[in-house]
Every structure is written in structure tokens, then in C-alpha cells.
Write a protein that binds this ligand. Sequence first.
Ligand code: DAH
Length: 346
Amino acid sequence: MDDIKKIEQELDKDIKEVNNKDKLEELKNKYMSKKGLITQLNSKIKDIELDKKAEFGKLVNELKTKFNTFYDEKNEYYLQEILNTKLEKEKVDITLSNYNIPTGAPSILEKTIEEIEELFISMGYDVVDGPEIELDKYNFEMLNIPKGHPARDAQDTFYIDGDTLLLRSQTSPVQVRCMLEGEGHVPIRIICPGKTYRRDDDDATHSHQFMQIEGLIVDKNISLSDLKGTMDVIMKKIFGEKTQTRFRPSYYPFTEPSVEVDVSCFSCGGKGCSLCKHSGWLTIAGAGVVNPHVLEMSGYDPKVWSGFAFGFGAERVAMLKYNISDIRTFYNTDLRSLKDFDRVEE
Ligand code: DAH
């Protein structure tokens, strides 16, 4: 019994000195290992007189419980402390401010062209491509614009080698290229968005490089009314369901008759405003019924085949739709204009 008391007093003293996990484990070793002080008390039970055995056993158990209670509580505390220190060490400071990396945005011009492509695709058209370096023959001759024709003057052209190779001044040569693929490819139903070039001085509405969207249909029994119906549907889709279309007589060497396609001003609804210069109408496209001579030059019998064609400026559509007043906005490298486009998208 005295031994138990002594050990308990020693334990009380030792407990006061435990101030970390290592010391706690040392304590466990000293009292509870195989040769530990408390463990050894157990082996003494057999030597105790019979009437004292029960009390001795009880006291040893109490001592054991005292130790275990202390150990479990402290152990839990130190484990938590170790974990906290580890977490503290591994902490990532997410409050550090990041660099402001500007992200890209699709250009409004690109977006406009893609939207128009989707509209025509949904109507069964194919989107085709043509070269930007073109033959005079396709850009002019086979579109019924021979050398010396006044229509050439309107398209001041960049020639590359004298007078045969040029930077295309319109996307219309793609019409010729499609037709030359032959009757095996009829009916033709294509649009061709692409870059065009003219020796224009750049200003708010002119650029030496701009985008056109060309369209061509060649089939049997195509008439001006098909062109009108198609333009009406497309313009409503681009500018809104309330949009009305108007067709004014015009002249292009490759179409006969030729028209100018106007839409009612979507900004004022046709009443007249600064956007439509108080006319109520905005001119969007040139178009017409394919000139029989153009069909013939590409090998189509105009008695069998007919078609319509149209062409419009992609920048003009984007400028009107998104209220952009200067065509150069599309081609400068000022990130602020992209930001403006971003805002438009919101
Ligand atoms: N190529 C013409 C231009 O640049 C636009 C055009 C008008 C295209 C009438 C056409 C068309 O296909 O039928 O001014």
C-alpha cells in the first residue's frame, strides 16, 4: 500500500513537468510499459495477503485510471497542437493580390461574320473561300468588267505585277471560281466572307482593307423575287424582326437587273434619325440577278440556268449593329476598343 502511495506521489510530481508530447511518452514509458511502475504493482498482487488483495487491486486500478485520464487528455491536446503547427507552416497566403492579366475577347467583326455565316448555313448555303491574290481575269473580266470599263475606276485596285495579278477588290471573283467548277456542282448556293483591298485613303468609313460577304445562287428558275425573299429573311434575322427591306434599281456589270438593298433604320424604326441621316433607310448590300453573259462566260447556258448574287460589307453591318462610328476601330491595336466591344457583348 505504501508503494502505491509513493508511486502516486511521484506521478503527481512528474505530471507537473510534462510540457510536450515527448515528455508525455516518457511518462507513459516510466509508469505503464512492461517494466513500468504501475504495471509492476500488478505483479505484486499475488504477494498481498488475501483480505487486502481487493483493496490493493482497487487502488492500483484507480492509479491506472488516473494515469490514463491524464495521458488521454494531454495526448489529445499535443496531437492537436502538432497538427496546428503543421497547418500553420503549410499555410498558403491567398490574400496576395494577383496580376491583372487582360483576357482576349472575340472581335465584333469576327462575331458578326460568324452570325451571318450561321444564318446562311441554316438556309442551306455553303461557306467557301477564295484567294486574296487574284487574277484580273476573275476579279474583273469574267464578271463582265473588261479593261477600260468605267466600273474599274470605282474599285481603285492594288496590282501586283502589271495588269494580271492583283489584290482582289471585291469577293465577287469567288462567284466565277465556283461557277468554273462546272455543272456537276450545280445548284450553287454559297457565301464567301473574305478580305478585300482598295487603294482608298483610310478614314472613318473607308479602309484600304475590309471584309465583304459575297453570295451566289445558280439553279433553274431563279428570279429577282427569290433574291428579294432571301434578303428580306436575312435582314430581319440580322437587324430584328421588324426590319423592312427596300430594293432600289442600281447598276453592276455582273448582274441584270441590279439593285441596292436598303433596310428600314432599326434605330428610329424608319422615322428618321442621325444614324440613317434622316432618310429612315440604311443601305446594306448590292445585289441582282446574275447577268446571262456572266453565266455564259463560265460555261452555263442562260436559257437553262439562272441565279442571283449579292455582296455586302461586313464592317458596315457590324458598325450599324453595334453603333461603331469609325471603321478603323476594327483594325487598330488599341485594347480599349476591344474593351468597348466586350461591354457591347454584356
Ligand atoms: N462586288 C460589289 C462591290 O464590291 C458588291 C456586289 C454587288 C456584289 C452586287 C454582288 C452583287 O454579288 O450582285 O461593290
